[in-house]
Design a binder for this molecule. Structure first.
Ligand code: 13P
Length: 257
């Protein structure tokens, strides 16, 4: 069974006070739900990926809540002369269990290609972190009818040769849906997720493909989360803007079950 994962990517947002407050609000919601059952505790894993500067604060604030902590990127090497970068070991050291790699904002703004994303995913696995490997087509690629080819190509290039399917997550985030208020329809999401799972089955076998979670990301909000999360082969959500409001993030988590 693939347990849904609802992940919040805070991107480059928040100072210490904001991060602490947001994490506190989330922790309180979790505690209240576990104690009173009203509303029920969502039947999914919850993950927050704050900017590096907030990791320690959020880690302390979330302690005991069961909410996982993740980085938004890591370097492909374990250490060395890489000014401005953070290694997977550093993330693990500060309490992270997950790390996003290959987000389209890094592919576009930092020129990251599949080979680099693969190295980052491997570096994360080597430190026992769960990499969340992101893929997604641009609007032009979709308009040209190449969405499935682009996405399955990214999956082929960005995943390491071997991994534990329970310890790696894929995220399909169509670039044109990120931060735009436009989402893939549930049918479009199901089509791409199905194609990804088919490609995984060919390369890694049916069992591994069936075990791996594929998240949808791109303008997921409380009012569209339920239908997207019900779409075939969608195993959770990677949430940007809506994860910056605890109420919205919580409602999305409730929609997961
Ligand atoms: P939005 O939810 O703001 O569209 O961002 C999605 C995303 O990029 C999450 O990684």
């Amino acid at each position: 069974m693939r347990r849904p994962l609802i992940a919040g990517n805070w991107k480059m947002n928040g100072r210490l006070d904001d991060g602490r407050r947001l994490a506190e609000e989330l922790a309180q919601r979790v505690h209240r739900a576990s104690e009173t059952g009203d509303p029920p505790l969502p039947d999914c894993e919850l993950l927050i990926c704050p900017p590096f500067t907030l990791l320690e604060t959020v880690h302390r604030t979330l302690a005991g809540s069961g909410v996982f902590l993740g980085g938004q990127d890591c370097h492909g090497e374990p250490s060395g002369a890489h000014t401005g970068d953070i290694s997977a070991a550093m993330l693990a050291d500060i309490g992270c269990s997950h790390v996003i790699v290959g987000h389209s904002e890094r592919r576009q703004n930092h020129g990251e290609d599949d080979a680099l994303v693969r190295a980052k995913a491997a570096a994360a696995i080597a430190e026992d972190l769960v990499p969340i490997v992101c893929v997604g087509e641009t609007e032009a690629e979709r308009d040209e009818g190449r969405a499935l080819a682009v996405v399955t190509g990214q999956v082929a290039g960005s995943l390491p040769e071997s991994f534990d399917p329970a310890r790696l997550v894929l995220a399909y985030e169509p670039v044109w849906a990120i931060g735009t208020g436009r989402t893939a329809t549930p049918a479009d999401a199901a089509e791409v997720h199905g194609a990804i799972r088919g490609a995984l089955a060919e390369r890694y076998g049916e069992e591994a493909a069936a075990a791996l979670r594929i998240l949808y990301g791109g303008s997921v909000k409380p009012d569209n989360a339920a239908e997207l999360l019900r779409a075939g082969d969608v195993d959770g959500a990677l949430v940007g803007g809506a994860s910056l409001k605890s109420e919205d993030f919580w409602r999305i988590a409730q929609a997961a079950g």
